[in-house]
Design a binder for this molecule. Structure first.
Ligand code: C2E
Ligand code: CA
Ligand code: CA
Length: 279
C-alpha cells in the first residue's frame, strides 16, 4: 500500500509539474502574442427580443498559439490575469474593439460595442486614460462603448471600484454588470455603488429557465429589478427558441447566445444570414 501511495504521489507530482510547465509555456507565449499578431477579437450579437434588432456586439478575445492552436479564454485569461499581462492585452482589446466599432458605424451599423474588463484592469490607475485614448484614437462616441465588469470584481474592493467607475462614466461610457446572479451582492446594493446601464444575466440561470421553476423565478426577479433601476437586462447563453420565448415573455430586453449567433470574426458579422432574428 505504501509503494502504491508513493506511485500515486509521483503521478500526482508529474501532472502538477506538467501543468506548471504548460502554464509557463502559455505565459511565455502570451507575452509574444500581441506583437506576433496571434490575438483576434470575435464578436457576438446582442439581439433585442421585441423586434430582433441588433442592440450590441460583445467583443471576445481569441488566441491562436503557433504550436498549441486555439486556446480558450477560460484557460489563458486567468493566466493573463495572474501574470499582469491582462493589462497590455486589455489595452489592445479596447483599441481593437473601438476601431472595429467605429469602422462599422461609418458603414451605417449603429450599436453598442461591449468589452470585458478584468479585475486587474479595474484596479489600474491608468484605466480611464486608456479608455479615453481608445475612444479618441478610433473616433467612436463614448456612448457607443459598454464596459463589462463582473459583480465579483466590484465587490472585491467596492471603494476603489467606485472611484474608477466614476472616472469612466465621466467619459460617457456605459457600464454593464457581467455574470449577474453568481455573486452574493444585491442589485440595489450595486446600484448605490455605481450607475449601471446593463445587467447581464448569467447563463447558468438561463439554462434552467424552461424546465426549472427556481431559475425561471430568479430570472423574473432580476429582470423586474433591472427595469426598476432603469437599466437594460441582457440574458446570456440563450441556446434555444424556447429560452428566447420564455425571456421575451418575462419582458427581458436583450439576449445573447448561440441561438442567435456564435461569436464570429469581424469580416463575417455583417455578411447576410449569419445572425438569426429574434422573431
Ligand atoms: P463572458 O464575457 O461571459 O462571455 C460569454 C461567453 O459565453 C463567451 O465565451 C461566449 O462564447 C460564450 N457563449 C455565448 N453564447 C453561448 C451559448 O449560447 N452557449 C454557450 N455554451 N456559451 C455561449 P468565451 O468567448 O470562451 O469567453 C469566456 C470568458 O472569457 C468571457 O465570458 C470573459 O469573462 C472572458 N473574456 C473573453 N474575452 C475577454 C477579454 O477581451 N478580456 C477579458 N478580461 N476577459 C475576456
Ligand atoms: Ca462579458
Ligand atoms: Ca458573462
Amino acid at each position: 500500500a505504501k509503494a502504491q501511495g508513493k506511485a500515486r504521489l509521483e503521478v500526482f507530482d508529474e501532472s502538477l509539474r506538467a501543468r506548471a510547465l504548460e502554464r509557463l509555456d502559455i505565459e511565455a507565449g502570451l507575452r509574444e502574442a500581441i506583437a506576433a499578431g496571434q490575438l483576434e477579437l470575435h464578436y457576438q450579437p446582442e439581439v433585442r427580443l421585441a423586434d430582433g434588432a441588433l442592440y450590441g456586439m460583445a467583443a471576445l478575445l481569441r488566441w491562436t498559439h503557433p504550436v498549441h492552436g486555439a486556446i480558450s479564454p477560460a484557460t489563458f485569461i486567468p493566466i493573463a490575469e495572474q501574470s499582469g499581462l491582462i493589462v497590455p492585452i486589455g489595452e489592445w482589446v479596447l483599441k481593437t474593439a473601438c476601431r472595429q466599432a467605429a469602422d462599422w458605424r461609418a458603414r451605417g451599423h449603429d450599436f453598442v460595442i461591449a468589452v470585458n474588463l478584468s479585475p486587474l484592469q479595474l484596479s489600474s490607475p491608468s484605466l480611464a486614460r486608456v479608455v479615453d485614448d481608445a475612444l479618441r484614437d478610433s473616433g467612436l462616441p463614448a456612448s457607443a462603448l459598454c464596459l463589462e465588469i463582473t459583480e465579483s470584481a466590484i465587490m472585491e474592493d467596492p471603494e476603489a471600484a467606485r472611484r474608477v467607475l466614476r472616472a469612466l462614466t465621466a467619459l460617457g461610457v456605459r457600464l454593464a454588470i457581467d455574470d449577474f446572479g453568481v455573486g452574493y451582492s444585491s442589485l440595489s446594493k450595486l446600484k448605490h455603488l455605481l450607475p449601471v446601464d446593463v445587467i447581464k444575466i448569467d447563463k447558468s440561470f438561463v439554462d434552467g429557465i424552461t424546465d426549472g421553476a427556481d431559475d425561471h423565478a430568479i430570472v423574473a426577479a432580476i429582470v423586474s429589478l433591472t427595469h426598476e433601476l432603469g437599466a437594460t437586462a441582457v440574458a446570456e447563453g440563450v441556446e434555444t427558441a424556447e429560452q428566447a420565448a420564455a425571456l421575451r415573455a418575462l419582458d427581458c430586453h436583450v439576449a445573447q447566445g448561440y441561438h442567435f449567433s456564435r461569436p464570429l470574426p469581424a469580416y463575417r458579422c455583417f455578411s447576410q444570414s449569419e445572425i438569426r432574428s429574434a422573431a
